[in-house]
Design a protein. Structure first.
Length: 267
């Protein structure tokens, strides 16, 4: 473990360079360049607010007459921003070793550290998006409570789960070309079986029971508890989620230890 941590520390300059390169190359060749990193999240927030508050008039009860017209937009944004960071990170990490094969085979970079570049880039985009979200909440006088302190904790747990699962998928994707496509399909289905754009009140009780097995259901509920309802999320589901994440991480580390030499050769 000490050797692995030392390898990660030694690879940090490379990881930071890849993160910076990632953010720049997303919009390379465009007129506004890296400015799109700020424009895209802002446009998304505006679309959610204008379409679902002003045009569709979607509401959730219990937030006061002045805020009710924006309640569904807040509900939606809480889930969509977290899901976007989750899905983008997992999808990109899955094919990371193959995409960066030229780097893995020519530069002494830790395979454990490489996924951190994706997580850092997506975290920066998420922070920018949340900055615009907070600005919107302040504009409509939605109260910001001390429970917001818990949002980075939940996001950190989300990143850890993506890292744990993504590491195993990245290893398998080197040997099985179908993994990338399977992950893309699973993420599409996963989005719709998670109450991100719909409310749990429309679900039958038996469906809601099965929903508890959906890992992202635990995360999205935690975000909404902290941001919308200004209360602590349920700790038992989060504890189970953390324990399962730790188990998957241990399995991923074991799998990488067994396959790292062959993996580099295959690349």
């Amino acid at each position: 473990m000490r050797q692995r941590l030392s390898a990660i520390r030694a690879s940090l300059p490379v990881i930071l360079h890849l993160t910076r390169q990632d953010l720049i190359e997303r919009h390379s060749g465009s007129l506004l360049g890296a400015t799109w990193t700020f424009i895209a999240p802002l446009v998304n927030i505006l679309v959610f607010v204008l379409v679902f508050s002003r045009i569709m008039g979607a509401k959730l009860e219990g937030f006061g007459a002045e805020i009710d017209q924006y309640s569904y937009s807040i509900y939606l944004i809480c889930g969509v921003l977290a899901w976007t960071a989750f899905a983008n990170s997992l999808g990109r990490i899955t094919n990371l070793y193959k995409d960066q094969s030229h780097l893995v085979t020519k530069v002494s970079v830790s395979l454990l550290a490489l996924p951190l570049s994706v997580l850092l880039a997506e975290t920066i985009v998420y922070i920018i998006s949340m900055g615009f979200f907070v600005g919107f909440l302040l504009l409509i006088d939605f109260p910001l409570s001390a429970y917001w302190i818990g949002v980075p904790v939940i996001f950190g747990l989300q990143c850890l789960s993506v890292y744990a699962v993504g590491l195993s998928l990245a290893i398998m994707a080197v040997y099985l070309k179908d993994i990338k496509e399977v992950v893309a399909v699973v993420l599409q289905v996963w989005f719709w079986v998670t109450p991100i754009v719909y409310v749990t009140q429309i679900l039958p009780p038996w469906v809601l029971g099965w929903m508890q097995l959906n890992p992202f259901f635990t995360l999205v509920n935690a975000y909404r508890d902290l941001i919308m309802y200004q209360r602590l999320p349920e700790l038992l589901p989060l504890g189970i989620f953390t324990a399962v994440t730790a188990l998957i991480l241990c399995l991923s580390l074991w799998l990488l230890g067994r396959t790292e030499r062959d993996l580099r050769d295959c690349l």
